[in-house]
Ligand binder design. Structure first.
Ligand code: FEH
Ligand code: ZN
Ligand code: ZN
Length: 329
């Protein structure tokens, strides 16, 4: 039973993420976490019980769980930016783990014990299977769009590299919150079809001439911003080739690619680079609001929790359309 500020959530859905595969594939001692722990950092459910000092949503309320659990006390956490908690990067490593399902027991289970009600966002009547991905895929995409949004004025173009679990939501968030011309790139034709259904203005397969094709779509100046949800060598090379001078590059994907930052070098003058990580509680509230108003809709593949390994293999093979979500049996 929950004690103090803790809240027990009965899990209704948990999304799968490539970061889960990194955890699964890590060699012994390769994780900054004590093992074993339960996976699942993208969770929706219903408040089942609250500790005596708990705050936030009441018992019975339907919620999503903010995944990056910080110390709750530093300046970053006080502003809701627990994704950038000062104690997570501090040498003393005061925190145990990154959050739910990442060093702490997560939501690929029947229940999830959450340290505080400050980490819960009410979702009203949003379907849990479509709400869970808002906490990671949706929130990370929203945070990345926010990082570059100031450059997306006056019909500027933005390139979205990778239209998977995060990219398809980024397209919708861009269409709902900016006037940017959205250019989508992926290696799969079905992903481009998804980008089109999400509102992308243009989509193209990744080919040797993609930079030229995209630059032509921008009238030659290049994309004011590039959101790279792949982060591979080839996606970063494409990003550099299509960026407008004075543009914004947000590298979100952990695809192992590298970029040399040097002057003079491959990056256009004035380029600003960000490495956005997850998002903040206020941003999660914004993403939930966009979903509740119908501006953002997660494309999901639903699996029983007992079929999670099958879902992970489809994710590993790049075969998932949108986001894979498991539901307790
Ligand atoms: C979690 C932990 C570490 C790196 C990246 C992630 C993302 O899946 C969170 O969105
Ligand atoms: Zn994740
Ligand atoms: Zn903190």
């Amino acid at each position: 039973m929950p004690t103090g500020e803790e809240v027990l959530v009965r899990v209704e859905a948990a999304g799968l993420c490539r970061s889960d595969l990194h955890v699964i594939d890590s060699p012994p001692g390769g994780l900054p976490y004590r093992i074993p722990f339960t996976l699942g950092h993208e969770v929706a459910g219903r408040v089942a019980a609250r500790g005596p000092r708990a705050t936030g949503p009441a018992v019975g309320e339907r919620v999503v769980v903010y995944g990056p659990w910080g110390c709750g006390r530093c300046a970053r956490c006080a502003s809701g930016a627990e994704n950038y908690c000062d104690r997570r990067t501090a040498l003393d490593q005061e925190l145990t783990g990154t959050g739910a399902g990442l060093g702490r027991d997560g939501g690929m289970a029947d229940t999830l014990l959450v340290p505080s009600g400050r980490l819960l966002v009410p979702v009203g009547d949003l379907d849990a299977v479509r709400a869970a991905p808002l906490t990671d895929a949706g929130l990370t995409a929203y945070h990345a769009v926010t990082a570059v949004a100031h450059s997306l004025t006056d019909g500027a173009s933005v390139a979205v590299l990778g239209v998977g679990g995060l990219g398809h939501l980024a397209v919708q968030i861009l269409r709902a919150t900016t006037t940017a011309h959205v250019l989508a790139v992926d290696v799969r034709q079905e992903a481009l079809a998804l980008a089109d259904s999400c509102g992308a203005h243009f989509g193209t397969l990744s080919r040797p001439d993609t930079a030229k094709v995209l630059r032509a779509r921008t009238g030659g100046a290049g994309a004011a911003a590039v959101l790279d949800f792949v982060g591979s060598r080839s996606s970063l090379e494409l990003a550099v080739a299509v960026l407008r001078a004075g543009g914004e590059l947000a590298v979100v994907g952990s695809g192992g690619g590298e970029l040399t930052v040097r002057k003079p070098g491959v990056l256009p003058p004035g380029t600003r680079i960000s490495l956005p990580f997850w998002g903040t509680v206020p941003e999660l509230e914004q993403v939930v609001a966009l979903a509740r108003e119908g501006s953002v809709r997660v494309e999901v593949e639903r699996y029983a929790l007992s079929s999670a390994l099958e879902a992970f293999e489809r994710l590993r093979a790049g075969a998932v359309r949108g986001r894979a979500v498991v539901v307790p049996d």
